[in-house]
Design a protein around this ligand. Sequence first.
Ligand code: ADP
Ligand code: ASP
Ligand code: MG
Length: 485
Amino acid sequence: MKFGGTSVGSAERMRVAAHLAAKEQKKRPVAVVVSAMSKVTDLLLDTMRHAEAGDRAGMERNLTLLRERHAEACRELLPAQDQGVVLAKLHDVIDEFERIVNGMAMLGERPPRSVDEAVAVGERLTVVLVSEYLRASGTPSVGVNARDVVVTDAVFGNASPLMEPTRAKAQALLMPQLEQGLLPVITGFNGATADGRPTTLGRGGSDFSASILAAALDASELWIWTDVDGIMSADPRLVPDAQVLEEITYAEAAELAYNGAKVLHPRTLAPLVEKAIPVWSKNSFAPEKVGTKIVPSMAVEHGARAVASMRHVALVSLTPASPEVNGVQVLARALEAIARADVEVLVLTSSSYRQNFCVLVREDELDRSVRALESALALELAHHYVHPIEVDRNVGLLAAVGEGMQGKPGLAGRIFTAISRVQVNIIAIAQGSSELTIAVVVRREGLEKAVKAVHAECGLGNRPPVPVFPFSQEAEGRAPRSGKR
Ligand code: ADP
Ligand code: ASP
Ligand code: MG
């Protein structure tokens, strides 16, 4: 079971989380992965920015907030006689954080390795509180730092797990705990390289931690507890009539996550594929609700099943300046440079005439992408073989996702029509050959309107569903006869 930030965001929420885990543990062994309390990771990162800038007052203010938030949770959660010991444990962890940020203030920089060590403190604090509460309320529990279990590569801030050594460590450390009837409470988000350097798995990475551990422990199920009723047909914050999906495939959930549905970290499903471990996405604020089951495959429903979107993206365009330049070679070099800079390409489009091509990247990876391109194409740019790199920040990404979109004529047209009907400009379009996703880049100010329009057009809301393929049967029926044309 994994509990996200809001599901452990206060003493009351931790109590509920602990009871949900303890109740299930009466039936079968349970391991728990926890996030930092909501907003704590942002606070830690902000403190490090103050440190780098030499702003001691800003650091102190944040450290006080951090101490108070966890001390308050401790006082509300634990019986008086336990509070002293637990407060001391919390303070030890926060002192460690303080030492690292003091070092950053002295250096005037934030080395990635130290950032990873420091930012994992949020999860460690939650582990102390939840495991101590479980013990105090009669469930034998042990706190575990994922540094001792999850082995990763050395890509600080966005590490990938090495599954073989992780499995060995999980079997050696966690399995005996589970066999003894203990309930391990493990930090989400972090890990360490094989030689012990601390790493993290990217923002929102506790979902990924949980799936890595579920795979390493051969779990029969993974339950991800969050603050909505499951995976929905759109982000309910954008689309009020979004509906909970009863079941969804790994591929659909992964596409939604990669296109911005924050409810799952994009890499969550990858470790589970091999053993086909099912995932439940459930609401810790309404645990009686069934939630969404994410499964390897299911009977395909027609059309799109959900719409995802991403606001903080930017479009980078490259255009060769003369027809003599081999555009494909420029593209190959550009992509290689972007890949080496560890930038994720969200959408890639190209046109054959001017050989112009665009890549969509996350806004926070934009500077890195442009620097990588400028250095890889320095000669071409200097000699004007390639036009200056263009960057458009005023864009957003929308993606309609569904396995049932494959081979269905007309759907793309309807999506584009729906977007243009609300007068939002389409800038780029991409559809993978899997036809699982249609991705559209639009003007940022129109993104929300476009998401609502596509959601309604695909019949995903609570209004009477518009048939998704009004002409498809007719068109399919007619196809063989008009084949000669
Ligand atoms: P946690 O802290 O539990 O990991 P997150 O905030 O990371 O929770 O993810 C849950 C949030 O994801 C929801 O509150 C919701 O606003 C957002 N979200 C975005 N897209 C979807 C979707 N398709 N279905 C459900 N929630 C979504
Ligand atoms: N606490 C981390 C974050 O906010 C990881 C997570 O919550 O999943 O990104
Ligand atoms: Mg999350």
